[in-house]
Structures are given as structure tokens and as C-alpha cells.
Design a protein around this ligand. Structure first.
Ligand code: SF4
Ligand code: SF4
Length: 545
């Protein structure tokens, strides 16, 4: 298994160009690269087609008899419905500008992981089945027919794309291969061929409101457990409001923050921040998920799962919505939510109740990002902060793909970090902001069985972290995405073992000076902060703010 490869072995990436046309190179489906198939009961729960047991390693994938007609009809429908998809099928000139921009190609050397080739897998079917030239000239015009092998190849490579959109940045025509992947996955889902790591969270979210399937009381209890930790580490008692009707703000965050290390420390940061400013807000045990794995399944499914956020905002009668640190949630909010489920006339344009700032950028969707909110509070001097409490950390910042490329949020997290930490170092310019490298496991690919793919895809990001680690001693990689927080620890452990991962709000929580707090010799992880821990025989800890 690839998991057993050493980093040195993993780095032996063969970039020799193949001596055959790509259509003549058969696709071999390898363990370590693919994710396990969707369980039929999870497909059934949301009423998706053809729930069945199958394996990517079998010859027979259990396709329905009329699968070819269904595929072509599905493609025709989407070519008519999505102008972008039709354009992306027509205008690629195969210039190759995107070829070396994908983290999966850089980490694997597999030519079919070049963005141009990934899209070409579907584009060739478009040419062969839908264009006159392709129908007549076939391969001479770059066309091919849909066959079982072609479908399997599409499946394999659609689940080796994290929909990060880095490639689109370099395409002179603006072709967005992530959108091709989105449509490719929709087509695959016509036959029950999703992966379980996506399908199960979708089914859970549909049934309980969150990807993990946490029931309301468990969701509430987990957050209350974190309040107990806060009581221990900070000395402040917090009683978070749940399902509070008439609260001013509804707070929604990915459920990854509610149960998993290191996301839980980010959540402790949110709790401390809201307590610090006395915010009138509420959690919801129904809209208990900001993430949306429906987005990795089909746009219809994304719309269905997203609906709960507005429905809950309406039920609770809040004025506007505040969102936590998530990645793809922000792409959905920023680019789709309004047309999916809005515009929500029952909500108001978000206004920070402490500073009076109107978030005009959210005039329509009525939802703002916690980093926008926190940066605004800092800018207006509303937070008491002691950045020295983060002095044991040398921090860098990973621009999570969706908040950066998907909504253009570059400055706010950096502004926050620079106010709550004294040691911040940027990674090289061509790996941050718009050009940021994916964590390697987004878009539902953060399973365990595809670890080789994840580590290969995570290599370019890890390489940039390694640079600042070796040059400046960076030991903390901060980010604003729950998937990042879930997957980067494995990537760091493999490629740059001395670097930890945190959310930006965790750094805020460490630095906040809370009213009534006791001595705080530890950070929110319960780890001693040098200079703040009591020396033996010493009575009190002195904090020089
Ligand atoms: S950069 Fe754009 S036009 Fe050039 S090969 Fe890639 S997708 Fe095609
Ligand atoms: S969207 Fe990201 S993962 Fe997909 S082909 Fe482009 S660079 Fe690669």
C-alpha cells in the first residue's frame, strides 16, 4: 500500500512524457488512489439513482442497461443548461498553460492529472458524440465514444480533482476545470457511482443536519464539553445559546469543528470571541453544518442541503447569519446560495452590532465570514488582546482554496493573525493568495483509503510549508477551513513533521483577554505557554501585555 511509501520513495515522480497518445494509455485503477464506493443505503436515503453494491476493481460496475443513453442525455441536458460547461467544452486550445498547475499532477506525474487532460476525458466524449467533426472524423478530431472503459476513466479522474480552481487562474481563456469536474461527478451520480466518503455525509446531512450524523443533543453536548475545557483553561463560564428564537445572529459552522482535533480549538475560539463581546447570537442544532458535501455530488443536492441554513434563520427570526471557518461552504455561500435558496428577504443586511459596520458585500446573501467579522472588531478596537500568548508559535497562513479563490478573502485572516500573533511568516508568493495550493484532500477526497493520492496532492503545499519551517522555524500552519484542519495534520506529519495545524480563531481565542479570567499558563490545547507557566515556587503568573 502506498501509505507505506517513505517520503523519499513518494518523491520519485516520473515526469517523462509518455510515448503514446493519451487515448492509447489504458487507465489502471490503483488502491491508495481511489475512494471506496458509495453504500447503496446511503444513495437510497436521498433518492439518487441506481443504489447498488459494486467495486472499482471489478469488471462489472453494475451499470443499468440503458446507461449510455442516460449518460448522453445527461450530458446533453447539462450542455443546454450550463453555458459555462458548453463553452469549456468548445474553447480549449490545448495551450498547456494549466498543465503543471495542478497539485495532483505535480505530486503524481500522472499526465491525466494535468487539468487540460482531466477535462479532455469528458471533452473527447463531447466531440465524439455531440459535434459533427467528431462524429465523422472520430479520433482525428479528438473525439471518442462513451464506453464502459471511458466511463471508468472519467470516474477515476473526477475523484482526483479537488475542484480547487488553481488551474483556472492560469488559463488564458478562463476555463474552470473544477466546473468540468462538477458536471463530471453529476454524470457519474446518474448511475449510483459516488464515493462513500461523499455519499455518507450527504445522507447524514439530509437526515440530521450535519455530515457526521450528530443528533441535536450530541451536537449540543459536544459544544458544552468545550465550554468545560474553556472553564479549565481560561476560568470563564460560558453558556452558549441553542435554538434561541429572536437572537440577532445565527452562527453556522462546519461540524468538523464540533468533534475533531484541531477543529475543536477553533470552536473554542469562536465561543470565547462571542462571550468577550457579549454577542446576541444562537447556535442551531438543525442547521448544524456549514459544509455541504452535496456540492461534491450535484448542484441539485447542494441546493437541497443548503436550504436548511435559510430555513433555520427564518424559523429562529434572526437578522443575519455569521459563518465559521469553512472552505467550500464559502464557495457555495458566495457563488450559489442566492440562486439556490434566496435571496432571503426576511433577513437584513448584516451590520456588526458593536461597530456599526455594514457588510455591503453580503447585502444579498446576508451571511458573512467570521474572519470579516473578527477583523472588523479588531480594526475598531473592540477586542482586548495579548498576542504574547501566541509567542510560542511561529505562524504561517494557508489560503484555503474556496475562501481565497472562491470569494477573494486574502487580507482579513492576515490582519487578524498580525494582531493576535507576533511571529507571522508568509510562504512563497506563488503558493499563497490567488495562487494558493490545495491541501490535497478537498472536494470530499479526505478519506483514509486514498492516502497516497492525498499525500501526493498535498506535496506542493507541504513543500512551501517546509520552506518557511526551515527558513524561519515556522511551527504552526493556520487556515480558515475545516477540511484543511482535518487533513493537513496528516500531510504535515508525513512531509514536515514539526508543524501543527490550527484555525485562525484558535489564535484569536488564545490572545483574547477575558473578563474574570484566571491565570492562563496554557493555551486552548492545554499546552503550557513558555513565559506564562508558573515557575516552581512562584505564586503568580505575570502577563506583560
Ligand atoms: S490553459 Fe486553458 S486553453 Fe490552455 S490547455 Fe489549459 S484549459 Fe486549455
Ligand atoms: S481544479 Fe484543482 S484539482 Fe482540479 S484540475 Fe484544476 S488544479 Fe487540479
Amino acid at each position: 500500500m502506498a501509505k507505506e511509501l517513505t517520503p523519499q520513495e513518494m518523491l520519485r515522480i516520473d515526469l517523462t512524457p509518455p510515448n503514446k497518445d493519451w487515448m492509447d494509455i489504458p487507465t489502471v485503477i490503483k488502491p491508495g488512489i481511489y475512494c471506496y464506493p458509495a453504500k447503496p443505503e446511503k444513495v437510497e436515503i436521498v433518492g439518487m439513482p441506481n443504489p447498488h453494491v459494486w467495486s472499482p476493481l471489478d469488471d462489472d460496475w453494475g451499470l443499468p442497461e440503458d446507461w449510455k443513453e442516460t449518460f448522453l442525455e445527461g450530458m446533453r441536458e447539462r450542455l443546454n443548461k450550463h453555458r459555462s460547461f458548453k463553452i469549456f467544452m468548445d474553447i480549449c486550445v490545448r495551450c498547456g498553460a494549466c498543465a503543471d498547475k495542478c497539485h495532483f499532477f505535480l505530486g503524481s506525474g500522472d499526465p491525466k492529472n494535468m487539468p487540460v487532460a482531466r477535462a479532455e476525458l469528458i471533452r473527447s466524449v463531447y466531440r465524439g458524440e455531440f459535434t459533427k467533426a467528431g462524429k465523422i472524423l472520430g479520433r482525428l478530431a479528438g473525439g471518442r465514444k462513451i464506453t464502459e472503459d471511458v466511463l471508468k476513466e472519467i470516474w477515476y479522474y473526477m475523484f482526483q480533482c479537488t475542484e480547487c480552481r488553481r488551474c483556472s487562474l492560469f488559463c488564458p481563456y478562463g476555463i474552470d476545470t473544477a466546473e468540468v469536474t462538477i458536471i463530471g461527478r453529476e454524470l457519474i451520480n446518474l448511475f449510483g457511482l459516488n464515493i462513500n466518503w461523499i455519499q455518507e455525509p450527504v445522507a447524514n446531512c439530509y437526515e440530521t443536519g450535519n455530515h457526521l450524523g450528530l443528533l441535536p443533543h450530541t451536537f449540543k453536548q459536544n459544544i458544552e464539553f468545550m465550554c468545560m475545557d474553556i472553564e479549565d483553561f481560561v476560568g470563564v463560564t460560558i453558556e452558549p445559546p441553542f435554538n434561541k428564537k429572536g437572537a440577532e445572529i445565527l452562527f453556522v459552522t462546519p461540524s468538523g469543528d464540533v468533534f475533531a482535533d484541531p477543529g475543536i480549538y477553533t470552536l473554542m475560539g469562536y465561543l470565547l470571541l462571542f462571550e468577550h463581546i457579549g454577542l446576541d447570537y444562537t447556535w442551531s442544532t438543525y442547521a448544524s453544518e456549514g459544509g455541504n458535501f452535496g456540492f461534491f455530488t450535484s448542484l441539485d443536492m447542494a441546493q437541497r442541503l443548503n436550504a436548511k441554513i435559510y430555513a433555520e434563520a427564518k424559523r429562529l427570526g434572526v437578522k443575519w447569519i455569521l459563518g465559521g471557518e469553512c472552505g467550500h461552504m464559502w464557495r457555495v455561500v458566495h457563488q450559489y446560495m442566492n440562486t439556490f435558496n434566496g435571496p432571503p428577504e426576511f433577513l437584513e443586511e448584516p451590520v456588526n452590532p458593536l461597530t456599526g459596520t455594514k457588510f455591503e458585500n453580503a447585502k444579498s446573501a446576508k451571511m458573512i465570514h467570521i474572519s470579516e467579522f473578527t477583523a472588523d472588531l479588531i480594526k475598531h478596537g473592540k477586542l482586548k488582546l495579548n498576542p504574547k500568548r501566541n509567542d510560542h508559535l511561529k505562524v504561517t497562513y494557508h489560503d484555503s482554496c474556496n475562501p481565497s479563490r472562491g470569494m477573494g478573502m486574502f487580507e482579513e485572516p492576515r490582519y487578524i493573525i498580525n494582531n493576535v500573533c507576533n511571529n507571522f511568516y508568509e510562504m512563497p508568493e506563488n503558493t499563497i493568495r490567488e495562487q494558493t495550493f490545495c491541501c490535497g484532500s478537498g472536494a470530499g477526497l479526505n478519506a483514509g483509503e486514498n492516502m497516497e493520492l492525498r499525500l501526493r496532492g498535498g506535496l506542493p503545499r507541504a513543500n512551501a510549508v517546509k520552506y518557511v519551517h526551515e527558513r524561519f522555524g515556522v511551527n504552526m500552519l493556520s487556515c480558515v477551513c475545516a477540511i484543511d484542519r482535518a487533513v493537513l495534520p496528516a500531510s504535515m506529519e508525513y512531509w514536515v513533521p514539526d508543524v501543527n495545524v490550527c484555525g485562525v480563531s484558535e489564535l484569536v481565542g488564545n490572545a483574547l483577554i477575558m473578563e474574570g479570567e484566571h491565570d492562563r499558563p496554557t493555551d486552548l490545547r492545554g499546552e503550557e505557554i513558555p513565559g506564562f507557566a508558573k515557575a516552581e515556587g512562584e505564586e503568580e503568573v505575570t502577563e506583560d501585555v
